[in-house]
Design a protein around this ligand. Structure first.
Ligand code: GDP
Ligand code: MG
Length: 181
């Protein structure tokens, strides 16, 4: 009990968007349960996972939402985006089309959320270096153009997964303090 009294608890809703099969659900399960699913079956029904993260002594409950297969029909609902303060826009570095579609996902995000949402462009599956179709430079320059953070991840071998969420959460805190000031 004593510990709980020392700090506030924060709840941040973070959405994960991007084309089907880029690895959104696996980024989420790696982040929240440190698990990877080798079967490509679409995740149906799972709305979000929560994970406690400690940032600079602050306890954050990251509530990370998964499109749960809706994205296959380009039918991600406005309820999905409602209240989001962070977003991971994911593509697959081994499939160029998923990178080309990032702009469509950003457009959708912009129609549902205001510009203060902390955004991270995520090039997932960086373990697939031998069949890479999107260079690191291309990812970086798109991120710069669109004003996003950028990182490459692998949900398979855990590279940068926690870090991606951590950077977004830090930016959410920055946004909060900017609004207060
Ligand atoms: P979603 O449709 O975006 O939720 O994608 P999933 O998480 O279901 O993953 C789609 C497929 O890609 C599955 O077969 C996963 O095993 C695979 N996958 C996901 N992340 C990675 C990764 O980082 N590296 C590799 N090699 N495969 C991945
Ligand atoms: Mg999924």
């Amino acid at each position: 009990m004593g510990e709980e009294e020392t700090g506030e608890e924060y709840l941040f809703k973070i959405v994960v968007i991007g084309d089907s099969a880029v690895g959104k659900s696996n980024l989420l399960s790696r982040f929240s349960r440190d698990e990877f699913d080798h079967n490509s079956k679409a995740t149906i029904g799972v709305e979000f996972q929560t994970q406690m993260v400690e940032i600079d002594g602050k306890e954050v409950k990251a509530q990370v939402w998964d499109t749960a297969g809706q994205e296959r029909f380009r039918a991600v609902t406005s309820a999905y985006y409602r209240g989001a303060v962070g977003a991971l826009v994911v593509y697959d570095i081994s499939r160029r089309t998923t990178f080309e579609n990032v702009k469509r996902w950003l457009d959708e995000l912009n129609t549902h959320c205001d510009t203060t949402v902390a955004r991270m462009l995520v090039g997932n599956k960086c373990d697939l270096e031998n069949i890479r179709e999107v260079s690191v430079e291309d990812g970086k320059s798109l991120a710069e153009e669109e004003g996003l953070f950028f990182i490459e991840t692998s949900a398979l071998d855990s590279t940068n997964v926690y870090k991606a969420f951590e950077i977004v959460i830090r930016e959410i805190f920055n946004n909060i303090s900017r609004k207060i000031l």
